[in-house]
Ligand binder design. Structure first.
Ligand code: SAM
Length: 280
């Protein structure tokens, strides 16, 4: 199922409902429905999935998701001004769009979704990284969601897919790549948005792996990686001193030189270190 809907053009929707973009809510809207359909297609076949969309705004991406055949879309929008525009979309796709007027950081979205679940969002930049980290660190793995297709500032997208040795390699790369396949699917210039943001954007696609690439306790790994990259220019024997008093021995046992810096250590290396740190 594909094709643009028969609802009014988004510029008309925005004018009709007085949806002037608010910076405080990270509002940069996508008005080109061909582009929103393209973003929806990055998430793959949606026909058998419930889609969680955070921050639908006037509904450009929501319309793309529904036109591309999503079984259901649950859209969480904080700005009540957007509700009439979203309700118009719900009426055009009976029974397929549930709108939650809520803060995505507080709502119990899982209660509204039936697996398989795909998350697709042009995220508000001010809460994007926080939401990603929450989605990547659920209590159980595999998570409720099957994939995440998310718009970020290009710089954040690069941190998600970064490899060891690069300046952007850090906690976000490790959290993302430990239990997901992560790639940048699409780059977008500022002019793709209304109003245009100052920076370039990119759509990242993450697919949940059935199990982590390397064994490690999630909380220990997270603690080790946070400490290592918090002082990324220091040698690990110094930056990780607070993690364990005998950290040099544990680093060696994990096959890591205590004089190495965080950005030299692979994902496999950090997992080995987390296992060593977890030992009594
Ligand atoms: N998806 C729309 C599009 O592509 O045109 C709008 C994207 S805009 C970058 C981000 C949207 O997220 C805005 O509609 C904003 O009101 C909403 N938003 C901001 N903070 C939010 C939060 N904490 N919870 C839910 N929605 C939020």
């Amino acid at each position: 199922m594909s094709g643009i809907d028969t609802l009014p053009p988004l510029r008309e929707v925005i004018a009709a409902h007085g949806l002037s973009a608010r910076k405080s809510l990270g509002q940069n809207f996508l008005l080109d429905l061909n582009l929103t359909a393209r973003i929806a297609r990055v998430a793959g076949d949606l026909s058998g999935a419930d889609v969680l969309e955070v921050g639908p705004g006037p509904g450009g991406l929501t319309r793309g998701l529904l036109a591309e055949g999503a079984r259901r879309v649950v859209a969480v929008e904080k700005d009540a001004r957007c509700l009439p525009a979203l309700e118009q979309i719900a009426a055009a796709y009976p029974g397929r769009l549930e709108i939650l007027n809520a803060d995505a950081l507080e709502v119990d979205w899982a209660a509204h979704l039936t697996p398989p679940v795909k998350v697709v969002a042009n995220l508000p930049y001010n809460v994007g990284t926080e939401l990603l980290v929450r989605w990547l660190t659920p209590p159980d793995w595999p998570p409720l969601w099957h994939s995440l297709t998310l718009m970020f500032q290009r710089e954040v997208a690069e941190r998600i897919v970064a490899r060891p040795g690069s300046k952007t390699y850090g906690r976000l790369a490790i959290l993302s790549q430990w239990r997901c396949e992560a790639k940048i699917a699409l780059g977008l210039p500022p002019e793709a948005f209304t109003p245009p943001p100052k920076v370039r954007s990119a759509v990242v696609h993450l697919t949940a792996l059935p199990a982590p690439r390397f064994p490690a306790d999630a909380a220990v790994l997270s603690r080790v990686v946070a400490a290592a990259f918090n002082q990324r220019r220091k040698m690990l024997r110094a930056s990780l001193k607070g993690v364990a008093p005998d950290i040099e021995e544990r680093l060696r046992a994990a096959g890591i030189a205590p004089t190495d810096r965080a950005e030299q250590v692979s994902l496999e290396g950090f997992c080995a270190l987390a296992r060593e740190v977890a030992k009594p």
